[in-house]
Design a protein around this ligand. Structure first.
Ligand SMILES: [Zn+2]
Length: 122
């Protein structure tokens, strides 16, 4: 058997690089629209297709990484950017506050979004 691939997460040496990829043009593509509001791509589901696609570019355990994200509040692609790193802000705060402020600009809280997803039928 091959040795198990490492899990992508805050303790992975390429975590910052992964987060940058996840939020970048090939990922959630965070940007400001013409009126200055923050916009990004995310299907709002726990399937997290952008995370999966991005994780595959790293030599990591994709399923294990997705489980770790859930434990840190990353229930959809954008929540991984918003919440997973924020949960370890003390030790690794690069870029997190900036994104968190964008989230507040939009007037939506992670809790509200999670509740909304539960009532959505497949
Ligand atoms: Zn999302």
């Amino acid at each position: 058997m091959m040795p198990p691939a490492p899990t992508m997460g805050p303790s992975h040496p390429k975590w910052a690089e992964f987060l940058a990829d996840l939020g970048g043009p090939k990922g959630c593509d965070f940007r400001k629209d013409a009126s200055g509001r923050s916009t990004w791509k995310c299907d709002g589901t726990v399937k997290r297709p952008i995370c999966r696609r991005t994780l595959k570019r790293y030599d990591v355990d994709v399923a294990g990484s997705l489980k770790l994200f859930v434990r840190h509040g990353g229930y959809c692609d954008c929540e991984v950017v918003f919440n997973v790193d924020r949960s370890v802000r003390d030790s690794q705060s690069r870029g997190v506050r900036h994104v968190a402020v964008k989230f507040d600009d939009r007037g939506r809280s992670p809790v509200k979004r999670r509740r909304a997803r539960k009532v959505v039928s497949p």
